[in-house]
Design a protein around this ligand. Sequence first.
Ligand code: PEP
Length: 248
Amino acid sequence: MKKKYIFGNWKMSVDSALIHGFVAKFAQRRDLPNIEFGLAVPFVYLDNVVCSIDSSNCLIGAQNVCEYQKGAYTGEISAEMLADIGAKFCLVGHSERRHIFNESNLSINHKIINLLDKDIIPLLCIGETLQEYEQCTTKAVLAKQLEECLQGIDADKLKRLMVAYEPVWAIGTGKTATTKEIADCVDFTKDTLHSILGDVQIPVLYGGSVNDKNAGEILSIDVVDGALIGGASLDVDKFLAIADKVLD
Ligand code: PEP
């Protein structure tokens, strides 16, 4: 059976008590050999979660990284620091960072370079806004984000990249794209990656209001390599129920 990636993004929505309960129950999960889990943890809890979750099939990562390598950047966290505490991946270009914190494709490009330099997997999020969706410019938006975010980076280094297609209008809204739209956009993303990188297999996940009810349908789309889950990743039962759908 094809491997699927089930990644959670805890955003700014957890505390020590929630994490404690999550970790205890997550440790008791049944063996799911064809699933690679991942959890994007807020910086302050990252070290603790790295130490308390068995990393054999769960990557622990960050939600952001500084675009600069090192130096006087008060309040920032470098790729080197993430590597130092054992983070294995890092979200980059999440729509909340692009739209609330004005993150540009150029700064995302720098972040990807810094992460790859420290052997941390960048999980690049791309996706169109509602307005772009309604104007039917989704594919042009995805192509521009991929081209600019990956510009100038050696294809060989990008072998470890992961991508999540996340329509902005579907994040945290309860709306999901149709299976046809998801298949079409993930396919397009893979074709675009192919034209930029050549013959490299990059996993492409879908994100946007995935939950235990709709996950079966979304994860059964052949080209979709997994899901990036925000809200439903805060409840360990729901998160594991989503992973169980891969087996159904
Ligand atoms: C996300 O944060 O990337 C996300 C997809 O959130 P949600 O599942 O809550 O829509």
